[in-house]
Design a binder for this molecule. Structure first.
Ligand SMILES: Cc1cc2nc3c(=O)[nH]c(=O)nc-3n(C[C@H](O)[C@H](O)[C@H](O)COP(=O)(O)O)c2cc1C
Length: 252
């Protein structure tokens, strides 16, 4: 079983706190999973992600012209292929790092086709003092609307009153999070968010209408609608049903 951790930092000097925490979390996950589990950590030093140019080719054609220029194509492949994902970001100006935002923008299409349906995920943020909860919530929300089964979101701090790095409290939070990840691997449907379900119902209505209009007028469907249909999402009553019937999950 492959667990991928992406740390959205490119800082090379000293070891970034977000990387330290992720390494510890991966150690706990490996300990819990035993020999079956292989973890891999990637940072933005190895696979940097450039900003989205806003061309919307991904929505129309299902490809990103910028994928040739940076580490995004490889990152997409790794995310698709892993059995579970850990997404870790430092907090910059009370929000995810620019690298993380670049990644999310470049994955915007995934929210329209539920690319991460049922993918077990852990989300974590690391801050000096402020913005940790909000950042972890935001990152979690973005992954949830791609269909991910986010089992825990952790907000670590170096100072102040939250979950302080290096404390017993931090260790307990990590152990609980590692346990929750295996729960989500066993039963991802229990971790699908209501937000994703609402987004699914709304997209399904829209895409059914668009499909009819395009068919009647002899126009070609957009790549998103094609993908949505080919994953069986046009006919499922719910995202949960799509996951349970296995039609939508795990396809590129
Ligand atoms: C551009 C930038 C913005 C930051 N903004 C905040 C912030 O809003 N609140 C905060 O408490 N810390 C902030 N910090 C501090 C980082 O969150 C903190 O150093 C964290 O440990 C960075 O993670 P890293 O060690 O993995 O790089 C900021 C740091 C940088 C470089």
């Amino acid at each position: 079983m492959k667990i991928l951790a992406i740390v959205f930092t490119q800082r090379r000097k000293d070891k970034p706190a977000s990387l330290q925490v992720t390494e510890e979390l991966c150690r706990l996950v490996s300990e819990r999973g035993g020999r079956d589990v292989e973890t891999e950590i990637v940072t933005m030093s190895e696979l940097p992600v450039l900003a989205c140019a806003g061309c919307k080719t991904c929505f129309r054609e299902g490809r990103c012209p910028a994928d040739k220029a940076d580490g995004m194509a490889e990152l997409r492949k790794k995310v698709r292929e892993c059995d579970a994902l850990i997404a870790a970001t430092p907090v910059y100006m009370c929000m995810v790092s620019g690298w993380c935002k670049n990644f999310l923008d470049r994955c915007a299409r995934w929210c329209h086709v539920f690319e991460l349906l049922g993918k077990p995920c852990l989300v974590l943020s690391v801050t000096s003092a402020t913005g940790g909860e909000r950042t972890a919530d935001y990152l979690s929300e973005c992954l949830e609307v791609m269909g991910a089964a986010v089992s825990a979101r952790l907000a670590f701090q170096k100072l102040g009153e939250g979950v302080l790095i290096g404390t017993e409290n931090a260790k307990a939070c990590m152990e609980n999070a590692a346990a929750s990840l295996f729960d989500a691997i066993r039963a991802p449907e229990d971790y699908l968010s209501e937000r994703a379900e609402t987004q699914f119902q709304s997209l399904q209505r829209t895409y059914r209408t668009l499909e009819t209009v395009w068919l009647l007028s002899g126009q070609k469907c957009s790549s998103e609608v094609d993908t949505f249909r080919s994953r069986g999402l046009m006919t499922c009553a719910s995202l949960r049903e799509a996951l349970q019937t296995g039609e939508a999950g795990g396809k590129p």
